[in-house]
Design a protein around this ligand. Structure first.
Ligand SMILES: Nc1ncnc2c1ncn2[C@@H]1O[C@H](COP(=O)(O)OP(=O)(O)O)[C@@H](O)[C@H]1O
Ligand SMILES: [Mg+2]
Length: 292
């Protein structure tokens, strides 16, 4: 059984909550997460994060608790400034929580390593280097033999539909293509989890849709765990297997729900799902939450 079937049949025991009209009034989130039948990959327990500033500490995250299970596609949704990037930086190991603990496969995350691949909104690529050399950077740093990483580079360039552009320089590429390079560059290290921080926010609507479809395909082909930050409700609904909503500053979790629209898009081969009453219902609920 493929990734799709596995997710659909057993991953989330209780897939959709009920048919009742979901409104903010009956959200009642009390810290419970969806029941997930899978291997726990990351655990986040009691995390607070305060930045220090001249006028005293700025609390960015408050009492964050959840687990990430292998194979999930989690979208974190929340208004600007609510602490989404802060949470991603903690998972990446760029910053340490002020209190609480974050573990990957039972081991505390204490710094950066290649188990977590990061994709930013503005990819930090080497402009004067070729697409191929940018993608090969990780394995080259790790002294992987050239023949091996050449082959891996070709494989990942194909996954992001850039095979014909391997010899172009980064400065010759469009924004969407640069983002494809940065996804391939993260995937080639075979990270346990891909962390993506509003990766498509700066792209035009059509390119964004292409990139969303590609990301969904990669998720299903590779079975990678993806942690994806967005402030766009529709994007979250079209990609995620689970959506975690953060309140406005300081960020606290205000909802955590499994969704299956992403799987429906794959099954139907199109995004008509976004015109269904069910989709509208979730969209409305999430819009209200994000703006509450
Ligand atoms: N390095 C920093 N020093 C001080 N405050 C920061 C720093 N980074 C972020 N903040 C503050 O923390 C809060 C959360 O920021 P951030 O995680 O970037 O939010 P988001 O990604 O959801 O827009 C904001 O109020 C922001 O101004
Ligand atoms: Mg941010």
């Amino acid at each position: 059984m493929g990734m799709l079937g596995r997710l659909k049949n057993k991953f989330y025991k209780k897939f959709s909550k009920s048919d009742e009209l979901i409104t903010v009034e009956n959200v009642n989130y009390k810290g419970e997460e969806p029941v997930v039948e899978g291997e726990e990959l990351i655990s986040i327990h009691g995390v607070d994060l305060s930045y220090s500033s001249k006028s005293g500490p700025i609390k960015a995250l408050e009492n964050i608790n959840f687990n990430i299970y292998r194979g999930e596609f989690i979208c974190v949704l929340g208004p600007s400034g609510c602490g989404k990037s802060t949470l991603l930086k903690i998972l990446a190991g760029f910053i340490k929580p002020t209190s609480g603990i974050v573990k990957l496969s039972g081991k505390e995350i204490t710094g950066i390593d290649r188990n977590r691949g990061v994709v930013f909104q503005h990819p930090p690529l080497y402009s004067w280097f070729s697409v191929r050399d940018n993608v090969a950077f990780g394995p080259w740093m790790r002294n992987i033999p050239k023949a091996t990483y050449r082959q891996q580079t070709d494989e990942y360039l194909k996954k992001v539909h850039l095979a014909e552009f391997a010899d172009k320089k980064i400065y010759e590429l469009s924004g969407g293509m640069k983002q494809r390079v940065s996804i391939a560059r993260a995937l080639i290290n075979d990270p346990e989890i891909l962390l993506m921080d509003e990766p498509f926010s700066a792209l035009d609507a059509l390119t964004r849709e292409d990139m969303q479809n590609m990301t969904r395909d990669i998720w299903q082909d590779t079975g990678k765990t993806i942690f994806f930050i967005t402030h766009d409700v529709e994007e979250a609904l079209l990609l995620a297997s689970r959506i975690i909503v953060l309140s406005k500053h300081p960020g606290r979790i205000i909802d955590d729900i499994p969704v299956d629209f992403s799987l429906q898009v794959t099954e139907s081969g199109g995004s008509e799902v976004k015109f269904t009453p069910e989709f509208y219902k979730y969209r409305e609920k999430l819009l209200r939450l994000v703006n509450s």
